[in-house]
Design a protein around this ligand. Sequence first.
Ligand code: ADP
Length: 781
Amino acid sequence: MDYGPAPESDAEVRAWLATHKSSFGHFIGGKFVPGAKHFDSTEPATGKFLARVAEGSNKDIDAAVSAARRAQGPWEKLGGHGRARHLYALARMLQRHARLFAVLESLDNGKPIRETRDLDVPLAVRHFYHHAGWAQLQDSELAAYKAIGVVGQIIPWNFPLLMLAWKVAPALAAGNTVVLKPAEFTPLTALLFAELAHKAGLPPGVLNVVTGEGATGAALVEHAGVDKIAFTGSTEVGRLIRKATAGTGKSLTLELGGKSPFIVFDDADLDGAVEGVVDAIWFNQGQVCCAGSRLLVQEGVATEFIKRLKRRMGKLRVGHPLDKSIDMGAIIDPIQLKRIGMLVDKGVAEGAEKFQPEITLPATGCFFPPTLLTNVETSSTVATEEIFGPVLVSMTFRTPDEAVMLANNSRYGLSASVWSETIGLALDIAPKLQCGVVWVNATNLFDAAVGFGGYRESGFGREGGREGIYEYLKLKAWAARKPKAVQRIAIEAEVKPNFDEPSVDRTAKLFIGGKQARPDGNYSRTILSPSGKIVGEVGEGNRKDIRNAVAAARAAEGWSKATAHNRAQILYYMAENLSARADEFASRIKAMTGVSKAKSEVKASILRLFSYGAWADKYDGAVHSPPLRGVALAMNEPLGVVGMICPDEAPLLGFISLVAPLIAMGNRAVVVPSERHPLAATDFYQVLETSDVPAGVINIVTGGRDTLLKTLAEHDDVDGLWVFGSKENSASAEKLSTGNLKRTLVDHGLATDWFDSASSEGPVLLRHAVQVKNIWIPYGE
Ligand code: ADP
């Protein structure tokens, strides 16, 4: 049987365009505002003109940010319930105009109406309902947090309305106001949304839309009035944005590219897995950041699987997006079409075998056939680069270990699909995959209650779920922090001759891989009291020492796999051993810093170790309930190896407050203790040595904070970076860590009260010590 075309009418969309004479300005402060320059948005399926949109200038961005700023206070003051009502109204508005949005999206983007109607629009609706709920619960569930302020959001063209919903719904729910920059190829559903949102009563300035290209996005990123940037797009632009926001205090979430594995074991339901592949790579023409674009098939079934897959490919229908019976629509733009073609040619030149089924493509417009590349080398361009088109590359593996190795052989880490009828095997593989989302016997499942986001160069931050709402909130206690007081630096000239007591201790070494180690450079630094008295000497660590420490931390991988119970026991043991030497630590702190509360600092440090012993097996993720047959396990996984710059204030308590949450969650740390007062940390070696802390879990390198920080920030084997030093330290941590897109937590030179548990203990830090992996598992009837 063959299907005839079943075209969806575009009359309503044409009528809406006509009311605007097919020409749009920006949507700022509740109304359309004309732009100075314009460009055309075309239909990818036909190449025909669709509408004229404005090219946003710095002035337009400025006007939009001002409108958002004016609206932010009143919007936040409206309270959780007030905002919940607005978000609910937006969900209802989307539902009422569902078909209009679906058709407009298909025309502007080229994706099949089946997908916009059945997926993009319903999921967008779901996001507004879900986040209306977070607004409602904010006062009770998120009481320690408040809105960040004005948020700049930049989204791509592959899911224009859905990405708007993912970004706008949580931002508004939490009490922020928004300036949104849609992608240049697909601005229309955002403009329609803004217009209808205001008809549905959304106050002016709460949501502003400025259209334009990359330069408009860059202007938004750089605007001083923006408090946060949320970006979805390429890793390349993500890096630029990380650099541009470094040191500004703007918070940032990045959802970037991927090259996600689709793993088929020999006991998988092969026909089910073939359908999975269709969804993984030909859904939305493969223009999906989490597309399952690397097929890994177990050797024994590879020939059969590829045979069935090719047969299925021959049945795919490529055609006009408004035809309800097609599987694949148009590629977004001729530039992208050309790029896909070039990458496929390159794959073939590098030895791949190309298969494209004999199916007819529309004679005009931007279309590319479903493509399979077999015989692909793991290092070839098509196996490593994101193609962002309907192109699947396939490789084989022999054992589960090899599957994991191949799957993780990527700088990205967005998602993975695992297909096996053996639950034990699938659940053994899921934790080993370095990515933010794992689908078991499924693919491309999304929901507002389930966080989405990447590991490694796929970016940081989550969208959706409890883990996602935090990205639009800031801790009240941190928002109230003031810049650190400038400490008087004792200089050598002030050192007073002292004949009555031998004041110099032995020189403390570094602590690397469980052993005390002499610094590579064989230099030491003198540690002075505030009055200039010599209180000790420590090793002057250099780049090489940091590298050794990182290697030791890398090798201590067993810690990340140790049970939480085991980690808790060791934290308690550290507390006990510190307790036994409390007086000694107190007098050391007093000698170094001159403070009177040295005893209470030691006491607070012991309590803190106890607290994280308690938290180790209690900060334990969640089971999300998406509205379909299955659950998603939100697992709190460690970041890996984390570099850390400790504060000068509270030299022991600051050090403990940062190290303890990290190791409680299974991270391994490379710690640069307080530059001025490092002796509390070097004294701590003996506590570490007597507390069964495995070698390499905590490594300590004393020395000059600026140079050691630089090496840590640039090191590609360091996954996270916590910096509690100067304002400049925070800026360089954010700027220099873009190579592998480290997760950073910095204090921007603001003073944290380490004695106040509300601002320095528990979930406030634990949340930064983990990244959430959501594992979708079929469950229930
Ligand atoms: P894609 O591969 O999805 O096209 P891009 O990263 O190029 O990814 O684009 C995603 C979004 O980022 C688009 O809205 C685009 O206009 C915007 N953009 C591109 N360059 C920049 C930049 N330098 N600064 C900010 N936004 C940018």
